[in-house]
Design a binder for this molecule. Structure first.
Ligand SMILES: [Zn+2]
Length: 527
């Protein structure tokens, strides 16, 4: 199949930033780049007039949680609901329509509801007295559940005491870690359910112009072993069901690591749809919850230095074992102490077992310092950054680390200038996987409302922001030879937008409409 798109502005994002009018593909690959006139003389099976639209390499999100997103989409959304009877009505309606075996609702907030009080067991019993119902508040730190669900919790034999401590049977409330009990009422997902979740996610993401994601999913399916989740993705690739390239950021325990390695092919196929991209680690928590690990503690809570998920020895062993298999490591580190510990660990592992070609990296890298950035550069660590995070965090960061240190954080421009490889992601569902909004944040350094700016000197150009979500993201997964730019012989992963991001102010990026998304030469979305 030979396809041609002509009469457009085709921004290749190649090293010279070449612009063409026409692009032709044959099967999976790009075989023509040039003028509309030149292209007209060649044989094509299908021709599309772009009518001046902008074509870019397809978008890639370098860190997200695809399955988590899909699970959220299937839950009942109560965001903005303004009364308890309305919340009950919405939930009952879902039960009448779908006859589910359980119901999880998310996003309610009593501040928005007339009654101004938390949902209770009595409210949720009005939704169902037959299936477990759990309604998680928008903050995710508290949930309400019905009597059936409370009975299920009572019956659990191996529930952790710290989780049980958060259960209020009287009011039907679950607090903090007890909120996770909702996972236990869900029946274990079978393979078909995992496939449904992937289909839902890829449909929505393709519509956003996304052709590839780096996603952390292996622990997101309750009751299913991590390696099995990856295997279902591989089955879907074999069955030709995937329309998005999934680079899995594999979060597994040391005990689960060998089973994961068994699924790793001897030879990496860079043109495939599913990849065991890296080992994901989770060193610390978040700024919002004050669990990110801080060298100097929190300005607004000086005795709190955050929470480490691993001992230094555990972190060392996990990095070492992946490194020994020549598998890259991507470590979640938000606080500067977490980043320092990861730098220390990588330094030690590289000393013991040199691997010049490694692409280990840091997911988030928010709270930094000039010294830590220099260490990242010297160690060759890449950064998986989320430009959209400044929207929420520009308010919080000064309170957490103080004004002086806040000026050294979220250093996207400095990282690039230093030669630290950066790539862009959304951390969806923490933030929506809206690439254009992410680019807006990277270029404007403004919040969504447009009334606050954070470190404008760290702003990227439109071209740099596009690179973050195309060729730089391809590099982060070792795919720069085969995709991420529009060059002859590369995979035909494309996005067509109705307006030119190089010509409009960043505030207008989110007005751009995705007209078409193409993965491996096939159209997977059409407006
Ligand atoms: Zn994440």
């Amino acid at each position: 199949m030979r396809r041609l798109w002509y009469n457009g502005k085709i921004a290749s994002i190649d090293p010279e930033n070449r612009i063409y009018q026409a692009l032709g593909t044959e099967d999976q690959k790009i075989v023509f780049l040039g003028s509309s006139e030149e292209s007209a003389a060649l044989p094509w099976d299908e021709r599309t007039d772009l009518k001046g639209a902008l074509m870019l390499p397809g978008f890639q999100d370098s860190h997200m949680h695809m399955i988590h997103y899909a699970v959220h989409q299937r839950n009942v959304a109560l965001f903005g609901v303004d009364s308890i009877p309305e919340a009950i009505r919405i939930c009952r309606e879902r039960i009448e329509q779908e006859h589910p075996s359980y119901l999880v609702a998310v996003g309610w907030n009593q501040e928005m509801m007339k009654e101004g009080r938390l949902l209770t067991k009595e409210d949720l019993d009005q939704i169902s007295t037959e299936i477990p119902v759990c309604a998680i508040r928008a903050c995710v730190h508290i949930a309400a559940c019905n009597s059936v669900m409370l009975d299920r919790i009572r019956e659990m034999k191996d529930a952790k005491p710290d989780m049980l401590a958060g259960v209020d049977y009287e009011k039907g409330h679950l607090r903090e870690s007890a909120v996770d009990f909702y996972l236990d009422v869900m029946p274990p997902a079978d393979d078909e359910e995992i496939r449904r979740l992937v289909r839902l996610a890829q449909r929505d993401m393709n519509a956003g112009g996304i052709v590839a994601i780096h996603s952390d999913d292996l622990q997101s399916v309750p009751g299913v072993a991590p390696d099995h989740v990856l295997k279902v993705f591989q089955d879907m690739e074999r069955d030709g069901e995937l329309t998005i390239r999934i680079h899995e950021q594999c979060l597994v325990s040391q005990a689960q690591f060998p089973a994961l390695l068994a699924l790793r092919p001897a030879e990496v196929d860079h043109t495939g749809m599913v990849r065991l991209a890296c080992r994901k680690l989770l060193e610390d928590g978040s700024l919002g919850a004050k669990s990110a690990e801080m060298i100097d503690g929190y300005v607004d809570e000086p005795d709190n230095f955050g929470i480490a998920n691993y001992t230094p020895q555990e972190l060392y062993e996990m990095v070492r074992d992946a490194h020994a298999q020549r598998l890259d490591v991507a470590c979640h580190a938000i606080g500067d102490l977490a980043l320092k510990k990861f730098c220390d660990t990588v330094e030690r592992v590289l000393r013991e077992d040199p691997w010049p070609d490694h692409r280990h990296g840091v997911v988030h890298a928010q709270v930094t310092s000039p010294e830590l950035l220099e260490r990242m550069r010297a160690l060759g660590l890449q950064a998986f950054i989320q430009p959209i995070f400044i929207d929420a965090d520009m308010e919080v960061i000064t309170q957490r680390v103080g004004e002086a240190h806040a000026r050294d954080c979220y250093q996207w421009k400095t990282m690039r200038d230093m030669g630290i490889h950066t790539s862009g992601g959304s951390d969806c569902p923490v933030e929506p996987f809206d690439i254009l909004d992410n680019m807006r944040a990277a270029v404007s350094r403004k919040n969504r409302a447009g009334d606050r700016t954070y470190l404008p000197e760290q702003a990227l150009t439109a071209e740099e922001a596009i690179r973050l979500f195309t060729c730089d993201a391809a590099w982060s997964g070792r795919d720069e030879e085969v995709r991420g730019t529009l060059e002859l012989g590369k995979l035909a992963d494309l996005v067509v937008l109705d307006r030119d991001l190089f010509q409009i102010p960043p505030e207008d990026f989110t007005k751009a409409v995705v007209l078409e998304t193409v993965v491996g030469g096939k159209t997977v979305y059409h407006a």
